[in-house]
Design a protein around this ligand. Structure first.
Ligand code: IPM
Ligand code: MG
Length: 355
């Protein structure tokens, strides 16, 4: 098992270290971990957000455990010098086009959600975000000076039928493994690209008569996510809308610090990362929640290595530490036991032995 470890910036370093401990405790004898630089850290050391060695390491690995990238103010410079570009390039170079972002509410955290308990109790949905297309990568793009002497910004929303088809298939297949409900999100009432998205998803849907397909405009979808989130099973979404909706969905579960994600393509290679970012404001204080990173390690074992037993073990261990009352600051509630990043990692490693 060749695992590339790319901790990145900010709390990415702290939470990834805990996820690696958990993996080592379970599969340490079989796995080979190699660390690489990415994001702001790579910019500082090598002048680029994704050094060629890191890309080569990722290409030669079976799976990538990723932390987070970005620092305060880092994202305002020229595009090729932004930490986030390291991640965007990696996703595209490795053709990891399907990004699974499950939003699952641990019963122990029901009080940590900003919604009423009855609205989120039992919440279990997946946002499947397309990750290789859309306005994130579309050309033309850039800022240029127009005939009026003023600057103009351009980005292009683009999707081809094959790109939409492959993510639609992934969506229907994911729904088949769950409650057989797929909601496709778009903005077909305004944008032609999104009209193509809707038509193409509907056409693919003919091959999956056993899955209930519904279409929502993204504005309505965001409202429904807050109004009645339990109506959703799998939500398939274009890249940018999925970015936005997944942050909102994460918050339903109490904290964005709880949510893992998996980015995969056609093979078994995958990149696994917490949905949360680098949170430079809390960097280095040992207060970040490592559970999203630890749960990402579970997804890594499941999707890239087919190790369902160990993956489930990690998930049970996380449940156990929550049931025992361990909480980082983001999920703290009255009557629970506040711990730091490392102590939460300790608790999960200890719980693994019993899980
Ligand atoms: C995410 C992040 C990234 C994205 C950034 C860091 C480039 O917000 O993974 O959700 O926009 O995709
Ligand atoms: Mg995001």
């Amino acid at each position: 098992m060749k695992i590339a470890v790319l901790p990145g910036d900010g709390i990415g370093k702290e939470v990834t270290a805990q996820a690696v401990r958990v993996l080592k405790a379970l599969v340490g004898k079989e796995a080979e971990f190699t660390e690489g630089m990415i994001g702001g850290a790579a910019l500082k050391a090598a002048g680029v957000p994704l050094p060629p060695e890191t890309l080569a390491l990722a290409k030669n690995s079976d799976a990538i455990l990723f932390g987070a990238v970005g620092g305060p103010g880092d994202e305002s410079g020229p595009r090729h010098l932004r930490p986030g570009l390291g991640l965007l390039t990696l996703r595209r170079e490795l053709k990891l086009y399907a990004n699974y972002r499950p939003a699952f509410l641990f019963p122990e955290l029901i009080g940590a959600s900003s919604l009423k308990p009855e609205l989120v109790e039992g919440l279990d949905l997946v946002i499947l975000r397309e990750l290789n297309g859309d306005i994130y990568y579309g050309e033309p793009r850039g800022i240029s000076v127009g005939a009026d002497g003023r600057r103009h910004g351009v980005n292009t929303m683009r999707y081809s039928e094959p790109e939409i088809e492959r993510i639609a298939h992934a969506g229907f297949k994911a729904a088949r493994k769950r409650r057989r409900k797929l909601c496709s999100v778009d903005k077909a009432n305004v944008l032609e690209t999104m009209q193509l998205w809707r038509e193409t998803v509907a056409a693919v849907g003919k091959q999956y008569p056993d899955v209930e397909l519904r279409h929502l405009f993204v504005d309505a979808a965001s409202m429904e996510l807050l109004r009645a989130p339990k109506q959703f099973d799998v939500i398939v979404s274009p890249n940018m809308f999925g970015d936005i909706l997944s942050d909102a969905a994460a918050m339903l579960t109490g904290s964005i610090g709880m949510l893992p994600s998996a980015s995969v393509g056609d093979g078994n290679k995958g990149l696994y990362e917490p949905v949360h970012g680098s949170a430079p404001d809390i960097e280095g204080r040992n207060i970040a929640n490592p559970l999203a990173a630890i749960l990402s390690a579970a997804m890594l074992l499941r999707y890239s290595f087919n190790r369902e037993d160990e993956a489930a073990k990690i998930e049970r261990a996380v449940r156990a530490v929550l049931a025992e009352g361990y909480r980082t600051a983001d999920i703290l509630q009255p009557g629970t036991n506040k711990v730091g990043t490392v102590e939460m990692g300790d608790a999960v490693v200890a719980a693994l032995r019993r899980a």
